[in-house]
Design a protein around this ligand. Sequence first.
Ligand SMILES: [Zn+2]
Length: 51
Amino acid sequence: MKTREYYSSNSSDPDVYHDHSDCPTGQQIPTRNKLYGRGGHVRCKQCIDKG
Ligand SMILES: [Zn+2]
């Protein structure tokens, strides 16, 4: 489901932001690394596919 934009603060993760709470890549971001916003990244491909 659509959610507030978020991304990972871990530099080894892909430079993308997510906007779906059920994105498989987004779900792998641990809470401590989860930041809200876009972080200057492009939108996650899997999130784009979800609409
Ligand atoms: Zn995503």
